[in-house]
Ligand binder design. Structure first.
Ligand SMILES: [Zn+2]
Ligand SMILES: [Zn+2]
Length: 362
């Protein structure tokens, strides 16, 4: 183990921790057998070193002093499973050691749950939902109709009249003994005949043909938060199709599509709008009516306003997905030029141009 003879318990554990990670077979996929052998070897050493009594006997009598029923260390002799769980819990997301441990210590060592019925999970349902820009700005609640699988009432979702599974006698699990690298092992697995439910169908339900579910129409109300954009998803967990034979429900995934509004350009939570103003208004000032998401409002254009000037209407933009206030409406002014100019207007423009002078040179 690479520790000195007078190493403390902590030092031994630390060293074992390092080596156990290094030689864990699930992390040595290329050389699994060699890793298994080494992993077992260091576990054996740890078993002896971590136990003062075993260690004393080992020091006096060698291996024979310690062992171990059957003369050879086997995983049944290993009493530090808790340490292993501890060492590997951050590696395997808290599951206590990955596939390898359930293989060497059996199912019971892990979460001690045993096999469970394999319920099928219903398919997720994707539903596109069109909303207006105003609805996206303010948030809304939409009622939608969906057709999805619901539990069959006639057979209560079982798929028919059931009887106890003869392969597993209703336990839902089958045990098989086989010899592996660590000696005789019994593995417990989910019964393939009843998929762990302990029951099989004797008479198939004529309404759902054994599926345990039938298609039905359902009304749903979906809350859309303010600030959503196209391609945002809203997931309604556990509201989707029911799975086969009392399976769990899948999800409903609402795919938002915000309809374009040709008047507004969305810039995050702000909206931009381009406002045409006449030559006269731009020079002398005046009032113009502009559209917002809550109807038209008047804004005052001060005298000597040039194209590109932006007026900010606070709080007239989009709501925020994160609930922090509202964006603004940015009203950008441009000087409107008519497509057709009459002879009279041409004459007047000539005169005006002389009076006002030409634009400054850059
Ligand atoms: Zn069975
Ligand atoms: Zn049925």
């Amino acid at each position: 183990m690479g520790v000195s003879r007078d190493a403390t318990k902590e030092e031994i554990k630390k060293s074992y921790k390092k080596l156990a990670r290094k030689y864990h077979p699930d992390m040595n996929k290329d050389n699994k057998e060699e890793a298994e052998r080494k992993f077992k070897k260091i576990s054996e050493a740890y078993e002896i070193l971590a136990d003062p009594d075993k260690r004393a006997r080992y020091d006096r009598f060698g291996k024979e002093g310690v062992y171990f029923e059957g003369g050879q260390f086997s995983w049944e002799d290993f009493t530090h499973q808790a340490d292993l769980e501890d060492i590997f819990k951050d590696f395997f997301g808290g599951f206590g050691g990955g596939d390898f441990f359930s293989q060497i210590f059996g199912q019971g060592t892990r979460a001690r749950t045993g096999p469970r019925a394999q319920y099928s999970v219903g398919e997720d349902l994707r539903i596109p939902l069109n909303i207006t820009l105003k609805e996206a700005a303010e948030g809304t609640t939409k009622r939608i109709k969906v057709r999805l699988f619901e539990k069959c009432r006639h057979c209560d979702g079982k798929g028919g009249v059931t009887t106890t599974c003869s392969m597993c006698n209703g336990t839902g699990e089958v045990r098989t003994a086989h010899s592996g690298i660590f000696g005789q092992m019994v593995s417990v697995s989910t019964c393939p005949a009843c998929r762990g439910t302990g029951e099989v169908i004797r008479d198939t339900c004529p309404y759902c043909y054994g599926e345990g579910r039938v298609k039905k129409e359902k009304q749903l109300s979906v809350r859309i938060p303010p600030g959503v954009e196209s391609d945002n998803y809203i997931t309604l967990r556990g509201e989707g199709n029911v799975g086969r034979r009392r399976g769990m429900r899948g999800n409903i995934i609402i795919q938002i599509k915000v309809k374009e509004d040709s008047r507004f350009i969305r810039e995050g939570n702000n909206l931009r709008i381009k406002i045409p103003v006449s030559y006269k208004t731009a020079i002398e000032g005046g009032e113009v009516k502009i559209p917002t998401l809550d109807g038209r409002v008047k804004i005052t254009i001060p005298p000597h306003t040039n194209s590109g000037k932006v007026f900010v209407l606070r709080g007239k933009g989009m709501g925020s997905l994160y609930g922090r206030g509202k964006g603004n409406l940015l009203a950008e002014v441009y000087i409107w030029t008519p497509k057709k100019v009459s002879r009279k207007a041409q004459g007047l423009l000539e005169e005006l141009d002389k009076e006002l002078g030409s634009s400054p040179e850059l």
